[in-house]
Design a protein around this ligand. Structure first.
Ligand SMILES: Cc1ncc(COP(=O)(O)O)c(C=O)c1O
Length: 368
């Protein structure tokens, strides 16, 4: 990041202003009104583009606001093919808001990306992928998805929240738009809600910037500044998230009360080879089931951890534990989630950067 051009301040100032004084109508320094542009946000947009190997970054008030902006590229009658294991809020936005505007969403398994072909028709405009998926840590082959989207002239959108740019850069594999809930690893300290898009195509950037300004779901400068600060330590935090994640995944796997452990670093994890190809590490997100597959058994664990705090969200320095069936993914109907593997006892861990022995001791006393 460059020092502030006005003062040389090494830390980008928080430009807490709603407007900018003009010398004469139209004679200004490139800033007119703070919904449209803000210097703190501009620096963050450049930083985001740079860490995602993209040309343009755009910031939003939340990850959902960024998702909403991308969906507004669509017209009534358009169809979208979406990975079926995805953040519940994205599912809710698509099925409860955009479906009402005549947009059709196909939620499908993408473990084999070739499956997408079955759902293509002349109305298909977009492929929407989350990888690793939330909360089942499924891995989807980005290169294979991009081959289909390029062949058919579709937009490939990748929600890269779980991996973070440190572990995966979807634009390098042919994605058109990368989306982040910067609330998670990019912010990294559980103190900000923020969203981002990164892309290479100038026309696409212009359309999305138009939506950003017209619809107005922009972040305040202080929130942009918090994400800027978070990005400076992303690589160091991610290294520790990965190390701790690996140790905990391996420990859970040998625990007699634990059923399945989902962590994309295991060699027998579905599509592990794809993860190895497109990711630089396997991260700190782990889900596991209990041999006693009941909500009661899961609640027993969830209410006993002390270092792992029971809370929604992920990607912060402090470890979190959650129950997708009743928390983050409660908006997905039970039959649908069970069919996709999101069973009642599934517990999701966002492994933080604390001492790993302390984290394991906490899980040991909670699982018993
Ligand atoms: C993968 C993923 N995408 C998008 C979102 C939405 O982001 P936000 O909560 O910042 O609106 C979340 C939030 O949990 C998420 O986990």
């Amino acid at each position: 990041m460059e020092p502030d051009p006005l003062s040389g301040a090494i830390m980008t100032p928080i430009y807490q202003t709603s407007t900018y004084v003009q010398n004469a109508p139209g004679d200004h320094k490139g800033y007119e009104y703070a919904r449209t542009q803000n210097p703190t946000r501009t620096v963050l947009q450049h930083a985001l583009a740079s860490i995602e190997n993209g040309k343009f970054g755009l910031c939003f008030g939340s990850g959902m606001a960024a998702t909403d902006a991308v969906a507004k590229l669509l017209q009534p009658g358009d169809e979208v093919i979406v990975s079926n294991d995805l953040y519940g809020g994205t599912y809710r936005l698509f099925t409860k808001v955009f479906a009402n505007y005549g947009i059709k969403f196909h939620f499908i398994a993408m473990k084999d990306a070739g499956n997408i072909r079955q759902y293509l028709n002349e109305n298909t405009q977009m492929i929407w992928v989350e990888t690793p998926t939330n909360p089942l840590l499924n891995i989807i082959d980005l290169e294979a998805c991009a081959a289909i989207s390029k062949e058919k002239g579709l937009l490939l959108v990748v929600d890269n929240t779980f991996a973070s740019p440190y572990l995966q850069n979807p634009l390098d594999w042919g994605a058109d738009i990368v989306l982040h809930s910067a609330t998670k690893y990019l912010g990294g300290h559980s103190d900000v809600v923020h969203g981002a898009l990164v892309m290479n195509d100038a026309d696409l950037e212009e359309k999305l910037r138009f939506i950003q300004n017209s619809c107005g779901a922009v972040p305040g400068p202080h929130d942009a500044w918090l994400v800027l600060r978070g990005i400076k330590t992303l690589h160091v935090r991610m290294q520790r998230h990965c190390e701790n994640g690996e140790a905990i995944a391996k420990w859970l796997r040998q625990h007699p009360k634990v059923g399945k452990v989902l962590w994309c670093g295991f060699e027998d994890h579905p599509n592990h080879e794809v993860a190895k190809k497109q990711m630089r590490g396997f991260g700190g997100m782990i889900s596991f089931t209990l041999k006693d597959d009941s909500i009661e058994a899961a609640n027993g664990v969830l209410s006993k951890t002390t270092l792992f705090s029971l809370a929604e969200s992920l990607g912060g320095v402090e470890s979190l534990i959650g129950h997708p069936a009743t928390m983050t993914h409660a908006s997905i109907p039970r039959e649908e989630r069970i069919q996709n593997g999101l069973v009642d006892s599934l517990i999701r861990l966002s492994v933080g950067i604390e001492d790993v022995d302390d984290l394991i001791a906490d899980l040991q006393q909670a699982i018993g």
